[in-house]
Ligand binder design. Structure first.
Ligand SMILES: [Fe+2]
Length: 260
């Protein structure tokens, strides 16, 4: 399995605090069947900066340590980039990283709202041939109350990544329900752990795929797995999930907006 969003690198953000934490996460990942993890330390979220150079060095050190410890896991570089006014300048300065060197880039919204100017930002990123993925939209209060806002972001060319813990109820019933609703509405394209700590916030990727299979079917599980692979190999993300039989209003809206 491939996990595209994690905080496994030691001492860079609120994820792994030291090598002990990082290696415990790595061992847990392997035990679940994860072979490749994209490390996505926070950038510009008000607390952490983590520019591209810092992350690339940390990834190299992590892979060396994994090899020395005999842990069969590969870590790729990425970044969880908070939407902020300086984002495009930060890109121009070379401070930002895409996911595993692909054209896909992980963007984080604040938890309470969708900032003004996000649609314009998505447009700019698309013009730069970047493919923006919104990290855990199910944890954004405005999207939970108004899923049509996520449809607007998807129509503008963004993709959605739901977090395993949200799907499995660890963030409460409301976020759990919002997660499955967004999946069923075709507004989620990827499942990922956003792992921070081996026991407090681990992976649960295998369990989440099992639950996706149970509740949404084989095709949905395959759709999510293939899209994680697409990121690693820099292919296009499949934008429409296998829900043609039961297409919801939000997918229709996203398609209409995408055409206009
Ligand atoms: Fe994260």
């Amino acid at each position: 399995m491939i996990d595209i969003h994690s905080h496994i690198l030691p001492a860079l953000d609120d994820g792994a605090q030291d090598w002990g934490d990082a290696l415990a996460l790595a061992r847990a990942a392997v035990a679940e069947g994860i072979e490749t993890i994209i490390a996505t330390p926070h950038h510009a979220n008000g607390e952490y900066h983590n520019d591209a150079r810092t992350i690339s060095h940390a990834v190299q050190a992590m892979n060396e340590r994994l090899a020395a410890e005999g842990i069969a896991l590969t870590v790729q570089a990425g970044q969880e980039i908070r939407v902020h006014d300086d984002l495009l300048d930060a890109w121009a300065r070379g401070d930002l990283l895409t996911l595993a060197g692909s054209r896909h880039i992980l963007i984080e919204l604040p938890t309470s709202r969708i900032p003004r100017g996000v649609l314009e930002l998505l447009h700019e990123l698309k013009l730069m041939n970047l493919s923006p993925i919104i990290a855990h939209p199910e944890r954004n209060a405005e999207i939970v109350s108004h899923p049509e806002r996520m449809a607007e972001l998807v129509a503008a060319g963004a993709y959605g990544q739901v977090t395993t813990h949200s799907l499995l109820g660890a963030f409460g019933k409301r976020i759990e329900q919002a997660s499955w609703k967004l999946c069923r509405s075709g507004l989620i394209h990827l499942v990922s752990s956003d792992a921070h700590h081996v026991s407090k916030r681990g992976f649960l990727l295998q369990e989440s795929y099992r639950q996706v299979n149970r509740l949404l079917g084989d095709n949905f599980e395959l759709f999510f797995r293939k899209n994680a692979e697409a990121i690693l190999y820099n292919r296009d993300i499949v934008s429409h999930p296998p829900i043609a039989q039961n297409e919801t209003i939000w997918v229709k809206l996203a398609k209409i907006l995408r055409k206009s």
